[in-house]
Design a binder for this molecule. Structure first.
Ligand SMILES: Cc1cc2nc3c(=O)[nH]c(=O)nc-3n(C[C@H](O)[C@H](O)[C@H](O)COP(=O)(O)OP(=O)(O)OC[C@H]3O[C@@H](n4cnc5c(N)ncnc54)[C@H](O)[C@@H]3O)c2cc1C
Length: 620
């Protein structure tokens, strides 16, 4: 009897250990949904860890929201550490930024001012800008830990206020307010749509990072070049594969692209929130996630590239890097023209961009050209064509990038950093420190890949350990009531350090990514700005109509351009019918239905250069 028992135990043990060996040997599989930089990073990192990865991208080209610019300014390792690591890894060379790009310039009523010019020629504006920056820096400084920005009830209350209200209290002179409004709407969104806590938190993150760090180099070809470098590394990419449904069960995930199904152990979801909202999930997301899908604000920013035979702008203006403008041109910069001529990229943002959503591309270009022509009279004659990229109305994006509105940090802070069963989430919107940037997208891809690895290893992700939102909300509401006067006048009147420190809870700073040694002016990835403004008017979307369209009558249409838009190339399809050519034995999970053709974007394909389907071009 005893011998039989021992034999049975031995058999069980053999069974268990061989099962474990099997599980250990099995190549883990993952599907990554979304071929922007976040999804590409997650796929690359998982593949490097030995996973078999299939990346599904809705569009025909890869790279997602990579810019229209082919020569972006990027930060150095201090400002964008992860970005620089990947540039090094893929041996992508950057060119140092020229000096004039590294300091801001100003375009006031069409006239260019360097920072030095502004101080001497428009001292009131220069002073007001300084006052604004100092007040903002004080506000940013009041956040101990940017990963836990609503740590105190006082800070929490900031989430209930919009940035425009705060700016009103600063009583900046009109021109300064116009410049500030334009800066904020270009980096985030319309001040009236932005949570003051989010604004402060972002300025806290970039505290100690100077303008020089932020525009340190140029990446020839722009961020699409980085996307393409990832693409070259990945074994299995399927473009033109919009995911429509996802089913999770105890064994894995099944993903539907129309009638085709794919299965894997885990999934990285790397699409923007509006796109995620359109994917049917089984089991469904909980009410909090659904509310976040619906209610999280995205900034709006559309890009137009206007092409000219020759430069029509003041040569002294050196319009590159960052120019704050008070005139209705949006943020703009000169783009090197590869085939001769001269290009200028114009970013319309915030409510200026929202307002123009009803316009067709050509009408939108006309409106901008009218403004440009007012300052640069040769503009119309030298105009040869345009390209437009409208992130705001792109169904796959639903806006430019995350920009928390009032009350949204309180509700949704770091929600998407937690996996939901077998799904981990990536995308700029899931990064707490660098949302809305390449850095944030890359970081989120790394995190999502690590989390998939952790899930595989059996780790469970507990619900947020952070301050329960309901409790914090109650405290915040109470503080907001109590502190009318004291707290707000502190906030609006300048340094509020003392008041805030008094009730500051000990920060749970797990990581301090920001160099705090320098306390110079708040930095950010700064660019050029424009956009006429009415600072005194509370930023209501309707009111902005006046700002964006001072010239109502449509201008005569620019000369029609002959050549058609450069069309995104379909990633080259591999003939093989099977998915990710596995290095190891047959994958444990197979497509549920008929396998789709495996497509592998070739190194030569150019989709990343013009990745968005709604890019239109009329070449000159
Ligand atoms: C106008 C503009 C200017 C910017 N300027 C800068 C800058 O100067 N510096 C900086 O650091 N950052 C900048 N950014 C931000 C940066 O470009 C983004 O943060 C980053 O590209 C986002 O990458 P992502 O992977 O999170 O999202 P995305 O690039 O949007 O990738 C998501 C992908 O998912 C795909 N997708 C959507 N739905 C589905 C589906 N159902 N199935 C399959 N695939 C799907 C989409 O087609 C897309 O390819 C700018 C962004 C914009 C819009």
């Amino acid at each position: 009897m005893a011998a039989a028992w021992v034999r049975l135990c031995a058999l069980v043990l053999i069974g268990v250990s061989s099962g474990a060996a099997l599980a250990k040997d099995k190549t883990p599989t993952a599907i990554v949904v979304g071929g922007g930089l976040a999804g590409l990073t997650a796929a690359y990192e998982l593949q490097n860890r030995g996973w078999q990865v299939t990346l599904l991208e809705a569009k025909s080209g890869m790279g997602g929201r990579s810019g229209l610019a082919t020569s972006e300014w990027i930060g150095n390792a201090k400002a964008q550490p992860v970005l620089n690591q990947y540039l090094d890894r893929f041996k992508l060379e950057t060119l140092p930024a020229p000096e004039f790009v590294r300091t801001p310039g100003y375009l006031i009523d069409g006239e260019y001012f360097s920072a030095t010019d502004l101080a001497t020629k428009q001292p009131a504006t220069a002073e007001a800008l300084k006052r604004y920056e100092k007040t903002l820096d004080d506000l940013a400084r009041s956040i101990d830990d940017p990963l836990n920005p609503q740590a105190t009830s006082t800070l929490f209350a900031l989430d209930q206020i919009n940035v425009s209200t705060w700016l009103d209290k600063l009583q900046l002179p009109a021109t300064a307010r116009q410049l500030v409004n334009q800066q904020i709407r270009t980096r985030y969104d319309e001040p009236s749509r932005l949570s003051l806590l989010y604004f402060a938190q972002q300025n806290r993150v970039y505290r100690g990072v100077s303008d020089r760090d932020l525009r340190a180099a140029r990446l020839p070809g722009g961020s699409p070049v980085l996307a393409q470098a990832f693409v070259k590394q990945l074994k299995t990419i399927k473009t033109s594969s919009p995911v429509t449904a996802i089913v999770q069960d105890k064994d894995g995930v099944t993903v539907k692209v129309g009638s085709v199904g794919y299965q894997a152990d885990y999934l990285v979801m790397a699409v923007p929130l509006r796109a995620l909202a359109k994917i049917q999930m089984t089991p469904g997301l909980d009410s909090k996630h659904l509310a976040a899908l619906k209610g999280t604000n995205y900034g709006w920013r559309d890009q137009l590239m206007l092409k000219f035979k020759k430069p029509v702008w003041e040569s002294r203006a050196r319009m590159s890097g960052e120019i704050f403008s008070n005139a209705g041109l949006g943020m703009l910069w000169i783009e090197p023209a590869l085939k001769g001529g001269a290009n200028v990229v114009i970013n319309l943002s915030g409510d200026n961009a929202r307002l123009l959503q009803a316009f067709g591309d050509k009408q939108m270009v006309d409106q901008v050209l009218i403004r440009l022509h007012a300052f640069y009279p040769q503009a119309r004659g030298a105009f040869t064509g345009y390209e437009v990229k409208r992130y705001s109305v792109d169904a796959g994006t639903g806006g430019a990038y995350l920009a928390y509105g009032p009350g949204q940090i309180s509700k949704f802070w770091r929600l998407w950093e937690r996996p939901v069963q077998r799904i981990t989430f990536a995308g700029e919107h899931t990064d707490a420190l660098y949302p809305g940037t390449l850095e944030g997208a890359l970081r989120s891809g790394q995190r999502a890949a690590s989390q998939a690895q952790d899930l595989l290893a059996g780790k469970s992700f507990d619900p947020a350990k952070a301050v329960p939102v309901a409790a914090a909300a109650a405290a915040g509401a109470a503080a907001a009531k109590e502190s009318k006067g004291g707290f707000f006048s502190n906030m609006f009147g300048g340094s509020s350090d003392k008041a805030e420190k008094a009730d500051a809870a000990p920060a749970k700073a797990e990581s301090k990514p920001v160099d705090e040694a320098k306390q110079d002016k708040p930095g950010f990835f700064k660019r050029l700005f424009g956009g006429a403004d009415k600072p005194e008017v509370k930023a209501e979307p309707i009111a902005k109509a006046e700002e964006v369209a001072p010239v109502v009558a449509p201008a005569p249409a620019p000369a029609p351009q002959a050549a058609p838009a450069p069309v995104v190339k379909e990633a080259a399809a591999k003939p093989a019918a099977t998915k990710a050519a596995p290095a190891k034995p047959a994958p444990a999970h197979k497509p549920a239905h008929k396998p789709a053709e495996t497509k592998k974007a070739t190194a030569k394909s150019e989709p990343a250069k013009k990745p968005v389907a709604n890019t239109q071009a009329k070449a000159g």
